[in-house]
Design a protein around this ligand. Structure first.
Ligand SMILES: Cc1cc2nc3c(=O)[nH]c(=O)nc-3n(C[C@H](O)[C@H](O)[C@H](O)COP(=O)(O)OP(=O)(O)OC[C@H]3O[C@@H](n4cnc5c(N)ncnc54)[C@H](O)[C@@H]3O)c2cc1C
Length: 740
């Protein structure tokens, strides 16, 4: 007891006072963003000692029979109805029959529970639908994504009153209402909370009835689906100057549902985002009056809008763009591998050139990793978590890897992907990249501020409790709470420091890997080592920089990258295990692990070299990054092994790229796959002809060295390849853009 009292008086109290002074001041919106959602596997990584049993036991995602039937039925059918070339360059919109089909089959109500007439799909099923549609048409994918992501549906389910749910959800599920969500205004983009859009609580005579409501004025832009929306979820700042709903004059950000048919709503004009044809545009409201029950969640939620949005984002951000990105990475790997096999230059398939192999290897690795992370994240969402830090990691890193993969694919296809037309299956995906990078939290901001900034406080085992204690207005109670955690925190940090140093100098050799991890055991051990190093470096950065770490965005971004790599690599190991630990898939696991470990070390090193307290940086470098034992990126041989997986048919190739194109009747991709199969089939024959010293199969045929049937296969392959390498051209006047 005496020791406790002594510690409280002589150690905790001065420490508390000092920490209170240096603690970063958090704005209300920052605080609400940090508090939104849950922590999940990110917390394990932040502890520095992840429990692999938890990872191994996460139930792998799977579709229910109903969900599978939906994929095989309406999803396959709508994919066949999508012609991206016509949608983008001729219609400038989805055709009417596609809009009708999407509404009729409930695509806009995938996340709405069955009791309200929605499909009630799991996060994984929702993700699968987006993934399949994405490779056929970004316009269609975005159109389906938005009502199922951050928007009226999700907000109503989380915060709506019973009456609101009962009224709106069935209408949204049936597609009778098309929703959009308006947050961004011209002056408030990334800093969305700086919006000037306003709502004033007032009374109005509506059809002879005195009605309590809100007078709204707004100017929003970039709003997806807004030109065709029938209901706008609107974020605005609410004030109640006459005290009609309480005694707070400035309530702050709130969210209301506004029918776009109301007088004063100006809507219908379109933006043209990166030449994509999905509906997007500005919306304006001039003195629009809505009854008070238009507030989502009613008066009880007035002023809670930011927290509501952050909470809705915590789940949705982990599904929409990561699913599109996973599809794009897989599609880029598939098409590039097949194209590099059928396209020959200098007499050999271009996929055999080392320069091309470097890109193919990365395409294969990225495809494996992003798909692994998509499944793992869906599994977490399926467990009921709304992991805000994980979903920010996914949004950022899945879209960045998509950017890298689509760029690599463009480079490999060269002119074939540059020339636009119906035969170009990559160009539109390439143009759409900046949309994914910008929306749902632009990537620079997400990397610099959110991943580590939010992760450090949310996912750290003690920091959140300390921040709450430091912010307590009752200083004595705050000191008590601080005393209860700070010493545990220090003991935890000390243990981490010892573990991080020990595992760094022994390359993690003596750390336990999960039972049955087989060939992946060394990767688990290394991940343990890096998690401990990350935890230690984070502690030191937080301790030495305190509140100023918030402004040190380059340091925060690098620490966020380390957390992200740890998360993505956990997902890779999980995928390998869940798919049955195929030895033939190990080159992909190895490539991802080597690339990830090298990135982790580089980022940690850069943090330590740039820590303002140079001495701390140098000590930690010596402890955590022993010279001569540094991780290196995948070797050329490892990269070539992955590249070759895309150049030959195999079970591994099927697992890696098979699922995104099969059965989807995309003429140009089907043509490519057919050419690939034929080229593979005739290869032994061509080798024989070459060994016989004959230059050309026609000569071989003429000389009787090959049969008629063999000559026919060779000719068929040649024609198939010619069709693939063909690009579109247009007669003057034939190609005319229609006005949108
Ligand atoms: C096609 C499209 C669809 C969209 N759909 C919708 C929608 O349906 N509803 C909706 O409300 N909004 C929508 N948006 C808006 C989107 O969310 C914003 O574009 C986004 O938040 C960024 O705002 P901004 O474009 O004004 O960029 P800015 O805020 O001007 O940012 C410019 C750059 O600065 C960086 N930056 C800003 N602050 C920081 C910081 N503190 N630290 C580091 N970097 C920073 C950003 O990352 C970005 O790279 C859409 C946008 C587009 C392009």
């Amino acid at each position: 007891m005496n020791w406790r009292a002594w510690r409280r008086q002589w150690l905790t109290e001065p420490l508390y006072r000092m920490a209170r002074e240096t603690m970063p001041s958090l704005s209300l919106t920052e605080q609400q963003a940090i508090e939104a959602g849950d922590v999940w596997w990110d917390a394990q990584l932040f502890s520095g000692n992840p429990d692999w049993k938890t990872l191994v036991n996460v139930k792998p995602v799977a579709l229910t029979p109903d969900e599978r039937a939906f994929m095989d039925g309406p999803v396959a059918q709508v994919c066949r109805m999508l012609n991206d070339w016509q949608i983008t360059w001729q219609h400038g919109d989805l055709p009417d029959e596609v809009w009708a089909f999407l509404k009729q089959h409930g695509f806009f109500g995938m996340i709405i529970p069955k009791e309200y007439g929605g499909l009630g799909f799991s996060p994984y099923a929702h993700s699968e639908v987006v993934r399949q549609i994405s490779v056929r048409s970004v316009t269609a994918a975005v159109t389906v994504m938005v009502p199922n992501s951050l928007g009226p549906g999700e907000l109503l389910m989380q915060f709506g009153t019973q009456e609101q749910r009962q009224y709106w959800l069935p209408r949204l599920a049936r597609g009778e209402e098309i929703p959009c969500f308006g947050l961004t205004s011209p002056e408030a983009g990334s800093d969305a909370a700086a919006m000037t859009d306003s709502g004033v609580v007032c009374r109005r005579d509506i059809d002879g009835v005195d009605t309590l409501g809100i007078l709204l004025n707004w100017r929003k832009r970039y709003i997806t689906l807004s030109p065709v929306a029938t209901v706008l979820g609107l974020a605005f700042k609410l004030s109640d100057p006459d005290g009609l709903i309480g005694d707070t004059p400035e309530l702050g950000i709130s969210v209301a549902l506004v029918p776009t048919s109301l007088p004063g709503v100006v809507t219908g004009r379109r933006h043209l985002p990166a030449m994509q044809a999905f509906q997007n545009g500005p919306t304006e409201g001039n003195d629009v009056f809505v009854p008070i029950d238009a507030l989502i969640g009613g008066v009880a939620q007035a002023g809670q809008g930011w927290q509501m949005l952050m909470s809705a984002l915590a789940a949705g951000r982990g599904i929409s763009l990561p699913s599109l990105s996973a599809a794009a990475c897989t599609f880029a790997a598939h098409t590039s591998g097949a194209y590099a096999r059928v396209r020959t230059q200098f007499g050999i398939p271009i996929g055999k050139f080392e320069g091309v192999q470097e890109k193919l290897g990365r395409l294969a690795g990225n495809a494996y990793l992003v798909e692994a992370a998509r499944r793992f994240t869906c599994a977490g969402l399926q467990l009921g978590y709304k992991p805000s830090v994980v979903s920010a990691i996914m949004k950022l890193h899945a879209t960045e890897r998509m950017r890298q993969s689509v760029n690599d694919a463009m480079d490999i296809h060269a002119g074939k992907a540059v020339i636009d037309g119906p035969a170009n299956y990559l160009g539109n995906l390439y143009r759409a990249l900046p949309v994914a990078i910008t929306v749902e939290g632009a990537n620079i901001l997400t990397r610099s501020l959110i991943v580590f900034g939010q992760g450090a406080i949310r996912a750290h085992p003690y920091l959140m409790k300390e921040v709450v204690a430091l912010g307590n207005s009752d200083q004595l109670a705050g000191e008590d709470a601080f005393d209860a955690v700070i010493w545990k925190h220090l003991a935890h940090s000390l243990k981490n420091a010892l573990r991080a140093t020990g595992t760094a100098w022994t390359a993690g050799r003596f750390v336990a890997a999960p039972k049955g991890s087989r060939a992946a055991a060394p990767y688990y051990r290394s991940l343990n080592r890096y998690a401990a190093a990350f935890a230690l470096v984070s502690e030191v950065a937080l301790l030495t920089l305190g509140g100023s770490l918030k402004r040190k965005e380059m340091l925060s971004a690098r620490l966020g990258d380390v957390l992200a790599e740890l998360y993505l690599l956990s997902a890779v190991l999980k995928r390998w295990q869940d798919e049955g630990q195929h030895e033939s898939d190990l080159p992909l696991v190895a490539w991802c692990a080597q690339q990830g470990f090298a990135t982790i070390e580089k980022r940690l090193d850069d943090v330590l070299l740039n820590l303002p307290m140079r001495s701390a940086g140098w000590v930690l470098r010596a402890l955590l990054l022993p010279p001569g034992m540094r991780a290196t990126p995948p070797s050329d041989k490892a990269t070539a092994l992955c590249a070759n997986l895309l150049l030959e048919p195999s079970d591994t190739r099927d697992r890696l790229v098979g699922a995104v194109w099969e059965g989807h009747d995309s003429p140009s991709v089907e043509q490519l796959e057919r050419a690939f199969e034929l080229v593979v089939e005739i290869q032994p024959l061509l080798d024989r002809i070459k060994h016989a010293g004959l230059r050309d199969w026609r000569l071989a045929h003429a000389s009787g060295a090959i049969t008629d049937a063999q000559a026919n296969s060779l000719e068929a392959a040649e024609k198939a390849v010619a069709a693939v390498i063909d690009v579109d051209d247009f007669a003057p006047g034939e190609f005319e853009r229609q006005p949108v």
